[in-house]
Ligand binder design. Structure first.
Ligand SMILES: [Zn+2]
Length: 479
């Protein structure tokens, strides 16, 4: 008999230093759906929920899914609305045998430091004692309360995150096993080690080695699954830091404990390998100008949109213009300027203060004069490696020509995860001398193959290379 499993999603990476509170409109722009629209949006895409739908053995009942690009904490009224919609959706769904959840694991709301634990408990209140399986981001900060609230908790193994669909499929499989009688639990241990995303790549480096060693330990010990969770440092909450999760059969607690302990020790012993330092803006731009390997990708690490930055940082554009660079492509999120340019229309001149309007952490607004080349609605569909097949919106988007450079001004900050973001507005980065990307590593899936050189820059902002430069009030949790 096929069993009914409810599908829920609450997905947000919250940068608690971001000045932009996440609103319902931000969720609506990315995903805020109930019922069958969730299936329509996700089936056959590279999303986690797309992976749930690959499961042949579950009768999936789409209930509620909210997701937004990373930004600041959402207000308590947004949180209340999410919990309300989720619970009323579960009531409408009728009796369910299990739940599959797409969570992030680093979501914070005003007054709720541990959103995911609250989400699972709210779901539990309605569905009762049924198996719950959840997928977390590799940048999750899972708390013991969250881990206790679900049976099976698995995080992405990859960064850039290319295994979202695979993890969705995996968790659907674990839930199927539990419905067939397998009894699973998850264990967590945490280390208060805050790591810049640049050091969390999983194809090489310390994460790669630690993950492989952990997987080998789990296999040798007969433990179902171990995950090394890189954590999200740009969050001032007690659960921030690296974590190790182990999904194990009931009765295998001791073996799971050994695997988790050995993996935590491995991370602690090699903590120094996660330290990173990069050139400042001036030095990095000078290197880019001197480089003969085009295009040079200048990575605006602290204005990492995928880490919750506003995408309106001006440091690199200011320096490029100051040294007389030409042929550069820079994307800046600035709603006011994007809408102003759309009103003026293609061919018109433009004279504005651009960017750095969200807060004072991403440089100063920059005076630019140029010409409006094109404007568009800013919608594109991805064919790339990440969230494949999904449609995203940058809002009204204007392509400006500024002193021989191309400046793409978007209404909304959207991470540079897909080459379609620029190709859809007629910008060919292959022709550029320098391309500024506002991210850490995930942009590489879209552009690394065409990069002549990559220079990661210690720019100012809420996702700094030096994570210890951010003020921190919360006491780190060690369990
Ligand atoms: Zn992530």
């Amino acid at each position: 008999m096929t069993r009914r499993a409810g599908v829920l999603g609450v997905w947000h990476e919250t940068n608690t230093y971001s000045a932009h509170p996440t609103t319902l409109a931000d969720f609506a722009a990315f995903e805020l759906l109930t019922g069958t629209a969730i299936e329509t949006r996700n089936r056959d895409t590279g999303s986690v929920i797309g992976g749930f739908y690959d499961s042949p053995d579950l009768d999936l009942v789409p209930v509620f899914s909210a997701g937004a690009w990373p930004s600041g904490p959402c207000g308590s009224e947004v949180m209340a609305r999410i919990l309300d919609d989720l619970q009323s959706g579960l009531h409408r769904a009728g009796p369910l045998d299990a739940l599959v959840l797409n969570l992030h694991g680093a979501m914070v709301a005003v007054g709720t430091a541990d959103v995911e634990a609250k989400v699972v408990l709210a779901a539990r209140e309605v569905v009762g004692d049924v198996p719950i399986g959840a997928v977390l981001d590799l940048h999750a900060n899972p708390s013991p309360a969250l881990v206790e609230s679900c049976e099976a908790l698995v995080s992405y193994d990859t960064y850039p995150h290319v295994d979202m669909r695979e993890r969705g499929r995996e968790v659907a499989g674990l839930v199927t096993d539990m419905l067939a009688g397998r009894r699973l639990r998850t264990m967590v241990r945490k280390l208060p080690l805050l790591v810049c995303p640049l050091a969390q790549a999983t194809e090489q480096g310390p994460m790669h080695r630690i993950q492989r060693a952990a997987a080998a330990r789990a296999q040798a010990a007969g433990v179902a699954r171990v995950c090394v969770v890189g954590g999200f440092a740009y969050s001032d909450v007690d659960r921030a830091g690296m974590s190790v999760l182990a999904v194990h059969d009931v009765g295998s607690e001791a073996a799971a404990r050994d695997v988790v302990d050995a993996t935590i020790s491995d991370i602690a012993e090699h903590a120094g390998e996660f330290a990173v330092a990069r050139d400042d803006t001036k030095t990095a731009v000078a290197r880019a100008i001197a480089s003969t390997r085009r295009p040079v990708f200048l990575v605006d690490v602290a204005d990492n949109i995928g880490g919750g930055s506003p995408g309106d940082g001006t440091a690199l554009l200011r320096e490029l213009l100051a040294v007389g660079a030409t042929g550069a492509v820079v994307t800046i999120a600035d709603r006011e300027v994007a809408l102003h340019a759309a009103r003026l229309g293609p061919g018109a001149g433009i004279d504005v203060m651009l960017g750095a309007k969200t807060d004072r952490m991403h440089g100063e607004p920059l005076h630019v004069q140029g010409r409006i080349e094109r404007t568009s609605e800013g919608t594109y569909r991805t064919s790339g490696y990440y969230m494949t097949g999904r449609t995203f919106s940058m809002g009204t988007t204007a392509v400006l020509s500024v002193a021989g450079n191309t400046v793409v001004v978007t209404e909304l900050p959207v991470p540079p995860f897909h080459s379609e973001q620029l190709s859809s507005v007629g910008v060919d980065v292959g022709d550029a001398s320098v391309v500024v990307v506002k991210g850490a590593l995930a942009w590489r899936g879209a552009y690394e193959h065409i990069a002549g050189e990559i220079i990661e820059v210690a720019t100012p902002g809420v996702c700094p290379v030096d994570v210890s430069s951010l003020p921190r009030l919360a006491e780190p949790m060690t369990v």
